[in-house]
Design a protein around this ligand. Sequence first.
Ligand code: SF4
Length: 482
Amino acid sequence: MTIVEQPYAYRRRELVEPDWTRLPGWAGVTAAEWADVQWQRAHCVKNVRQLRELMGDLLEDSFYADLERDQAERATMSMLVPPQMLNTMVPATDGPVPAAGAEYTAAFLADPVRRYMLPVFSDRRSDWPSHPHATRDSLHEHDMWVTEGLTHRYPTKVLAELLPTCPQYCGHCTRMDLVGNSTPQVTKLKLAGKPVDRYSAMLGYLGTHPEVRDVVVSGGDVANMPWKNLEAFLLRLLEIDNVRDVRLATKALMGLPQHWLAPDVVEGVGRVAQVARARGVNLAIHTHVNSAQSVTPAVAAAARAMLDAGVRDVRNQGVLMRGVNDTPEQLLDLCFALQDDAMVTPYYFYMCDMIPFSEHWRVSLKHAQHLQHAMMGYLPGFATPRIVCDVPFVGKRWVHQVEDYDTERGISYWRKNYRTSIEGDDTEALSRDYVYYDPIDTLPEAGQQWWLQQSAASAAQDAAAAQDAARASRELAQAQLG
Ligand code: SF4
């Protein structure tokens, strides 16, 4: 029999929970403590001091200096990493733990989970740290709020942001405008309304908009909402006749699986799932896993607990990032880990959104198309994820749906077939081109030069405008004195 060599060699890998006692600060932590959600929440790493205490002499001082500089000058998210996630960095499950010092630091710097959960200054690009068109709310979700926290962007679907916190903060978070604590670079937007009032307004809107049938219940992360409050909201949501799909968004299924394994939560999900089933509503959980090493037995147990409780499906929406999962092997390894042993359906990979300081994570559309092509044919069709570009003012578009693409300047053009909630009387909304930009450092030399010239011209314009404003203000002051 001839064995045909394939570009990707599938092999089933056993899921492994890395040994947390290899980390000096957790050398004495018991399995019972590790499984306890309160212990996990209480031992999250929130600052450099706590990371030092945990890691002992494993990491060199240069790493902490790099991390501190990033926190001060670049970070758009504050630090918050649950033990479960930290334990999957340099998991040492295929070999010995690297030696303390230079060897461990190099392995930690190269680790895909570390790269997006604990970003350091030297990870980021120094030439173009941000794209000139990067913005805080890059998807304009707030512009499309129909009540505070409820984004109506697609004809039949809404996103309900119930709360602005998560059990873990990801460096690349697309909702960096709202989610988490302020950083030196980003003062976060605050939700103004009281939670009960916001939820009532959301439910009121849904009850009077029969065209909305699909609700993504998100945040933040719903795992940070006290269960009884979330259950109360979901039960009221399920009373609305037009709601046919409910998806709970929680990265914590991976980052803090202990939450979804806690008996009160499992029982609560069971009650909500029963009501959903009785009313013919599809209740699903959407999680966010970016790397195969994050899929451990605890994560698989949490996904199975949700399915056993009656949730119809658990699906993964990862984010495509350079140095994390930007090769076909990394993506396929992750998808098979999810599909083979965790019963999580690979669903989407989003291109990383155009938020400030994200250029080192973003990939070009061309590369995303290559990855999509390379993934086809290995997984079952229903579990072959689509790589999508979330185009501002448009929504998710499969990367091959692009209308036009200037690969020299890295500008892609997209169209859409529906109006968002803010385009009711916009007659050109469906014929306009909407744009997305590749990271500039990935462009050919001519494209990079073009962006440098654009940037110089725009800086000159800004300087001229500033001079005009200063002159006008001086003239006004003199006129007032005179
Ligand atoms: S879990 Fe989701 S919402 Fe929370 S920080 Fe990460 S990406 Fe943002």
